[in-house]
Each structure stands twice: as structure tokens, then as C-alpha cells.
Write a protein of this length. Structure first.
Length: 199
């Protein structure tokens, strides 16, 4: 998947930073592959309460997202990420994940960011954990912010953040370059978060 020596740092209760979870080669292959294929669509994140949260592009929302299509060589990374996330969910928080959703790559261009929100705020959801794997670091700005934990961080390419989906977070606007990230939601079909869209 990445380096055998993945380093783990707890940033706060419910937020873990994995350094070098993916190799830079795999990350670069994924970015090159999705850019070559096209098919970017506007993010549906605007369906959150304020309706104006974000103007990012998303590739592969729940369709056609197969790690084997993102690279010509190397390991199939999605099952490896699933196993890592499932193991961490069980060992750190005694959470049993029954599946994953979203499986999308997000692309932020200059001026774009993500307003503070929780990933359980779209609809009644089974989401427990959010995973953000960073695919590049050739950009300025784009830090992820957890306001209630007073954390602002800009991980390197190959790093992954894993955190409770209910945690409020946002992304600072990009100042230069483009920011790419692979987003996964770890879920349990037997647990539902009752949050509602604004009518």
C-alpha cells in the first residue's frame, strides 16, 4: 500500500494522523490517472445546511471508483486502506465498521475551500469515521481545520487523517496549485446519526 513503516500520531481524541500511509508513487499515479480520464463533477457537499459550503470538484462518486483503474502497476490500495481503517476503528474506539461509502477523489483549485461542517450533516447516515488520504502536496493553503479541537494541519502527500465523522471540520481556500485527496467514509449499517438537511 505504502511504506511498511507507517507512523501514527494522535492529534486529539478521535483524530489520528497516519504518515506515509500511501507511497508517493501510488498517489501520483492516482492523480495522473483521474486527470487523464476526466469526468470531474461539482461536489454535492452544497446539500449541507447552508447550501453554499463548497465549490470543489469530485471524481468517482460511488461509481467507477476502482483502485486498479487509477494505476497501471502496484498494489490495489483500497482494500489495504479498508483493512487499516477497520483495524484502527476496532483497536482505538471499539467500533465495528460494516462498510465504506463515498470513495471519491476531491480536487480543490485556487480560491476553493470547504466551510466548516460535519460529515454526518447531510442526511440520516451510518457514517462513523472519515478518512482523508492526501494525494499531493504541491499547493499552498488547503489546510484542514478542526475548530473545536484548535487543530490546523496540512498533511504531506501519502498521509491519511482518520477522524470521527461527526467532528466539525473545514478546508482553508487554496492559494496556489491544486489539492487532491481520496475520501472514504467508514460506516456501520446498524448505527444511524439523526441529522437533518435544512428545509
Amino acid at each position: 500500500m505504502g511504506n511498511a513503516n507507517i507512523q501514527k500520531r494522535r492529534l486529539a481524541p478521535g483524530i489520528i494522523h497516519f504518515q506515509q500511509a500511501l507511497s508517493r508513487e501510488v498517489c501520483a499515479d492516482m492523480v495522473d490517472s483521474v486527470e487523464a480520464r476526466g469526468g470531474w463533477v461539482p461536489a454535492r457537499t452544497g446539500l449541507y445546511e447552508d447550501g453554499e459550503l463548497v465549490d470543489i470538484d469530485v471524481y468517482g462518486t460511488n461509481a467507477g471508483v476502482d483502485a486498479t483503474e487509477w494505476q497501471d502497476k502496484g498494489p490495489v490500495i483500497l482494500p489495504d486502506l479498508y483493512r487499516l481503517i477497520e483495524a484502527e476503528a476496532a483497536s482505538n474506539w471499539a467500533l465495528n465498521l460494516t462498510g465504506f461509502s463515498r470513495k471519491a477523489i476531491s480536487r480543490y483549485s485556487v480560491g476553493l475551500g470547504l466551510a466548516e461542517h460535519a460529515d454526518t450533516g447531510v442526511f440520516n447516515t451510518n457514517r462513523l469515521l472519515t478518512s482523508v488520504s492526501y494525494l499531493n502536496d504541491e499547493y499552498d493553503g488547503g489546510e484542514i481545520v478542526f475548530p473545536r479541537q484548535s487543530i490546523t494541519i496540512r498533511p504531506n502527500a501519502g498521509d491519511m487523517l482518520l477522524f470521527f465523522s461527526e467532528y466539525l471540520h473545514g478546508v482553508n481556500p487554496i492559494k496556489e496549485g491544486k489539492r487532491y485527496a481520496l475520501i472514504l467514509f467508514g460506516e456501520n449499517e446498524n448505527i444511524t446519526s439523526y441529522s437533518f438537511k435544512k428545509k
